[in-house]
Design a protein around this ligand. Sequence first.
Ligand code: CP3
Length: 342
Amino acid sequence: MTKTILRALAGETLPTPPIWMMRQAGRYLPEYRATRAEAGDFLSLCYNSDLAAEVTLQPIRRYGFDAAILFADILLLPQALGADLWFVTGEGPRLSTITDADGLAQLKPIDEIDEVLNPIYETVRILSRELPKETTLIGFAGAPWTVATYMIAGRGTKDQGPAHALMQEQPEVFEGLINILTKATIEYLSKQIEAGAEVVKIFDSWAGSLKGDAFTKYALEPAREITQALKARHPGIPVIAFPREAGNGYIGFAKATGADCVALDNSVSAEWAAEHVQVDSCVQGNLASSHMVTGGQDLVDETRRICKAFAGGPHIFNLGHGITPDADPDNVQRMIDAVREA
Ligand code: CP3
């Protein structure tokens, strides 16, 4: 019996969509907060394979999701390439910045990233032993553009201004960084697959700020290169692409990149996406994560509406973005019940 997520990714229309949730292991869960405290801080948790596997398993035990996503972060790859990385409580990530050719030249060679990333592969190995047999293990990385926005600005930015400025002012430095990240991401995801990841997801959280040619060159093209390289090395490995807030850019994204599924944020309607995106491939999404805070009948109605809109094709139910720390764990159960009741 093939796992439900793998069936949906292979293009099968299922009577009930499989379900998992972005950031399902996170601060909204008391058991996560306890394990994070035991680890000391977020990065120590990421690099502690036993505890990272433990927090990955927590939402599976509590809710029985159809997939587990490796617990790690997209910013571990820049750290492995030599960037300084730390998290400021209540604010988010901070990194040393890349602003010129010298900064680019100081990055470590790609064949050295495993010195830092080995504990992540170990987490994957533990999970592939310990997950229930029906649960799919998803590995992930950030897309080159999104990771580059953090490496250039040294932090999260509202409009990704510093990265856009580098693209305009020093295109060879910017493209050099995108190339390094594309190649490093192929190696990183390939190692996750060898360790037992059954699906990989590429998170391009800031794809929406790339327009026109820039979207094609820096969101679509790297996703295509990564997907093609992974499929050449690991035939049949399913890939989920998440060019968040791409809008019309979602149309044809799976076909152009070779991805098996496009994850959708909640700025597009499920009805629109069924017509324009699901025609080509499996889709994943796209309940607004705010419903995990507000709950009530709206949560149930919206969940049902999304399931109905995508009922005619392959669909993996998920949120449109990660669940937030202020979410109510009971609302997660209400969402799952609404998906599975039909
Ligand atoms: O989805 C999962 O549960 C898997 C683990 C995962 C995390 N981050 C854990 C995490 C994944 C897939 C990510 C991806 C990630 N990380 C993205 C892309 C997806 C998105 O959310 O847009 C980005 C942009 C990052 C970078 C990052 N990591 C930021 C901006 C922050 C701070 C924001 C915040 O919520 O505090 C993080 C921290 C982070 N990554 C947390 C978790 C569970 C919170 C850390 C904590 O415990 O304090």
